[in-house]
Design a protein around this ligand. Sequence first.
Ligand code: BGC
Length: 349
Amino acid sequence: MVNITKFGTTKEGLPAELYEIVNSDGARAVVSDYGATLVSLYIRDKDGNFKDVVLGYDALSDYENSDSYFGGTIGRCANRLRYGEFILNGEEYTLDINDNGINSLHGGYEGFNKKCWATSVEENAVTFSLISPEFDGGYPGNLIVTIRYEFTDDNELKISYLAQSDADTIVNLTNHSYFNLDGHDSETCLDAELCVNAPFYLPVNEYSQLTGEIRKCEGTPFDFSSPKVIGKDIEVDDIQLRLTNGYDHTLVFEKSERGAFEKCAELKSLNSGICMEVYTTEPSAQFYTGNYINNEKGKGGVLYSKHQGICFETQLFPDAMHNTFFPSPILKKGEKYTSLTTYKFYAVR
Ligand code: BGC
């Protein structure tokens, strides 16, 4: 069942709605056509009580004014493109520089998280669609995008992405939810236990630009190959952790084959008992421990602080146009970009 309520009116006077997908157990995923955003996600804990496990805002205007990307759809290209430029088919393209005065981040000034999307509703799913015009954020080609959120009776949130362009372009879509399995109002996510099937990670420089190196996680604070409390190594004197004020790095999954839809991570709260499994077709995820959240007034007036939520943004390796041995983000005219990520929840005692 999907319940629809008014969210508000944007600065431009466009209406925005909330769509609450309720499953047979009463668990709920609330999404909005503003930014194709995941606003709330109510999951039962080990005592059977619902907890809202994603950070977010109460007011539409907060989503419009914020640069935290809470729950938003990220496009056209997730993460940072060094110097906001790239060359495709011999043409140089210049993107919005909205990060550190030096990078293009998450699609530019008006990324997909700031757009009003068209909506269609099914029994347990909501699909958002958008036409991103040529040179939106600087990117070539008119791009048609659809994002489908399905919430099943097995507490799986399935996010599927589809995009097609009328000219060659680049695409790397993701969702920017900040999870806290003790509830969004719980102060830290660092006490949750994480296990990731990622033998490698991508180091960055002082501007969070990828250095192009693919480094082994083994023997470093980035090793989550067996369950480890997230905060365990976060203060270790590791140059990569210090550069980004905590984890803010791309973890590279071990996959049986390219594009295989496989489990890549498990997050478990030792308090609420809520567990989240992540399955994806993508080769990597940006693992971000909310290092730059700073007294942000969120849902219910709760003040969110540093490390209150973690992001697990499944995607292609960022900045692949400058690191051409990475899987390519190029979407050829008329071809289809597809991607699927499932976040599955359950609780244990
Ligand atoms: C990036 C962070 C950034 C955050 C919010 C994450 O995807 O990796 O560096 O601060 O988004 O913009």
